[in-house]
Design a protein around this ligand. Structure first.
Ligand code: NAD
Length: 371
């Protein structure tokens, strides 16, 4: 392995996290052996398992490794046995610290509809067949963090709850820059969603995105859309979109709407990116959208595809290997088309497979596609 090998920190976490991550590491090995991917894997603990061993949901030493990694592959954290821990010790704090310390301000949530799963969508198949959109959500600013915030006692039995929506120029520009850059690698269209009709931050968001567009990305098509209309359009005609960029609050909601166009939680990948350094490399973490699924943990029932598709995003965005990402996506598509399904996406006629069997089916499809 050369010294240029990518440093990948693998954090399987709790519940089904280790089960799905095992399949991911097998696929990473396959890309190493067959496609020349040079990746050095280091494993560590996060979440409840880290708390059990060290008394903390993530250690400083593990954070240090994450800061030095080219990509972090994260499984899932949490479980009922940790529900009553103090706030600072909860498994989820490990995830939040990673996002905060790595300064991952851009959250990428694709909504990709595999042909074999069009029937699983709550929309008509023709509306979602071939769907491929990407929501870029601002992750570290906006109303979830703005000050002042809190609940105030006004006396006379009255209280006041306050949250503050606040954005600075650079917070808007850096996430919109990510969206424009990604659009250039896709279908070259960005919709910017805000509420400039009723919110000052919305007015400023619209002005800043246009300024950036003029200065750096005039070759990309930019369209403004009000966030409420965006929600309607996502369920009316989702294929009109390519990349949607939006703030933290609207992104939270719109990305869940978009994700559900495509069916099961076990199929949804995500990526979170930080600012590029002088060499153009961004800190990055890749994780399935689902949690640790304690109800099925240890039973071999978990669908590993969300985590595998998260690795496909790592191939595309951290390792600049778009062709390999396409290959992995196509292998997943072939496996689904062959009728193999974990229980969460099974139909009465499909062949039910375990987590390991699904991982093996993807490896087999990769071999078939490249032989
Ligand atoms: P969950 O996503 O773990 O599970 C919701 C439902 O979906 C369950 O019925 C589960 O069996 C099913 N499911 C989820 N992933 C699946 C997969 N890959 N294959 C098949 N079925 C799958 O959400 P929850 O039950 O609300 O939370 C469980 C724990 O996970 C909690 O402790 C929660 O805090 C934590 N959580 C962690 C993350 C994360 O680590 N990013 C995200 C969400 C929830």
């Amino acid at each position: 392995m050369s010294t240029n090998a990518y440093k990948v920190l693998v954090l399987p976490g709790d519940g089904i996290g280790p089960e799905v991550m095992t399949e991911v590491t097998r696929v990473i090995d396959w890309f190493g052996e067959n496609r020349g991917l040079e990746a050095n894997l280091d494993h560590d603990l996060v979440g409840g398992v880290a708390y059990d061993k060290t008394g903390q949901p993530i250690t400083d030493a593990c954070m240090e490794k994450a800061l030095n990694a080219d990509a972090v592959m994260f499984g899932a954290v949490g479980g009922p046995q940790y529900d009553n821990l103090p706030f600072e010790s909860k498994p989820e704090r490990g995830l939040l610290r990673l996002r905060k310390d790595l300064e991952l301000f851009a959250n990428l949530r694709p909504a990709l509809c595999f042909d074999a799963l069009t029937e699983a969508s709550s929309l008509k198949p023709e509306l979602v067949a071939g769907l491929d959109i990407l929501i870029v959500r601002e992750l570290t600013g906006g109303v979830y963090f703005g000050e002042p915030r809190g609940i105030e006692d006004l006396g006379n039995g009255q209280r006041r709850g306050v949250d503050t929506q606040v954005y600075d120029t650079e917070e808007i520009r850096r996430v919109c820059r990510v969206a424009f850059e990604l659009a250039k690698k896709r279908r070259n269209l960005v919709h910017s969603a805000e509420k400039s009709n009723v919110m000052h931050t919305g007015v400023m968001w619209r002005q800043e995105v246009h300024k950036l567009h003029e200065e750096e990305f005039s070759d990309v098509e930019l369209q403004d859309i009000l966030a409420d209309n965006c929600a309607m359009q996502l369920v009316r005609a989702p294929k009109q979109f390519d990349v949607i960029v939006t703030d933290n609050l609207f992104g939270d909601i719109l990305s869940d709407v978009a994700a559900m166009l495509t069916g099961s939680l076990g199929m949804l990948p995500s990526a979170s990116l930080g600012a590029p350094d002088s060499a153009g490399k961004s800190k990055a973490m890749y994780e399935p959208v689902h949690g640790s699924a304690p109800d099925i943990a240890g039973e071999g029932k978990a669908n590993p595809l969300a985590c595998l598709l998260s690795f496909s995003m790592a191939l595309r965005y951290s390792f600049d290997r778009g062709e390999d990402a396409d290959l992995l996506d196509a292998a997943v598509n072939d496996v689904l088309a062959s009728g193999k399904r974990t229980l969460d996406i099974a139909t009465p006629t499909s062949e039910k497979v375990s987590t390991t069997q699904m991982g093996e089916a993807v490896l087999h499809a990769l071999k078939t596609k490249t032989s």
